[in-house]
Write a protein that binds this ligand. Structure first.
Ligand code: DGL
Length: 266
């Protein structure tokens, strides 16, 4: 990452903003193009072939903006399409799975880790394969939470009773187990951090954006850069949902121009 001034960050929708927020909180002087594929979200209920095709279009769009490296701020694309993206494109493309797994392994005491994510992510076993590789003594459980992304994209906040009921419905099954660490394996889920914490008090929550941005910071030289990051926000559908989004979780995001683009052209 060291010499990259302009990076692209993309997600199926608005969840990648939690990753962007974490990157901006940790780094200075970056030019960033964010792309949220709001016209085609969610990706997590689609086939691997469709997710790969969408991800390639997303990367081609970011390349058209002159980025020098790409952060895949989407757990689903990182789980399904990263090998294909590495095959198809000749620039650094960084996913969220490895840093999240490393962070989980560093805090678990019981060595029982749970990953929550989209159906595609949980089916892919990408997190459990990575965890088994770096910590073979850990046990891994997985729970798909397919209603979380539509709730978040539709502006449901974490104190909404519907959100709280949904969180309980998915996560009550791991209360009072020996799981002590929960990877929020989808970049949308940090918007529900407080609701999840209320359901599972005392558990270590791994926010994959925070884990990734710490890894990026370690790769960057200490430059003394003080210039604010500048961000251009691009979406494939009207940006209205971005504007009514729960910005309490996005305090480090700089303001920037917002554009709507036609992703099918790429
Ligand atoms: N933020 C995406 C992820 O991290 C959401 C996936 C979806 O669109 O279903 O998995």
């Amino acid at each position: 990452m060291a010499s990259f001034q302009k990076i692209g960050v993309f997600d199926s929708g608005l969840g990648g903003l939690t990753v962007l927020n974490a990157i901006c909180a940790q780094n200075r002087g970056l030019s960033i193009v964010y792309f949220g594929d709001t016209a085609r979200v969610p990706y997590g209920s689609r086939t691997p072939e469709t997710i790969e095709r969408y991800a390639e279009q997303d990367v081609r769009f970011l390349l058209s903006k002159g980025v020098e490296a790409i952060i895949v701020a989407c757990g689903t694309v990182s789980a399904i399409a990263l090998p294909k993206l590495h095959q198809s494109f000749d620039l650094p493309i960084i996913g969220v799975i490895e840093p999240a797994c490393a962070a989980a392994v560093s805090v678990t005491k019981t060595k029982h880790i749970c990953v929550i994510g989209t159906q595609a992510t949980v089916n892919s076993n990408a997190y459990s394969s990575c965890l088994n590789r770096i910590a073979p003594d850990c046990r891994v459980s997985g729970i798909a939470c397919p209603l979380f992304v539509p709730l978040i994209e539709n502006g449901f906040r974490e104190d909404d009773p519907i959100t709280q009921l949904t969180v309980e419905r998915y996560l009550a099954q791991i209360r009072n187990t020996d799981i002590d660490t929960l990877i929020l394996g989808c970049t949308h889920y940090p918007f529900f951090t407080n609701a999840i914490r209320a359901e599972l008090p005392g558990i270590h929550l791994i926010d994959i954006g925070v884990a990734l941005s710490q890894a990026i910071k370690q790769m960057m030289p200490k430059s003394g850069e003080t210039r604010e990051n500048d961000v251009e926000y691009c979406f494939s559908d009207k940006e209205t949902s971005f504007q009514r989004f729960d910005t309490n979780h996005l305090k480090s995001l700089p303001k920037g121009e917002i554009h709507v683009i036609n992703i099918e052209r790429f």
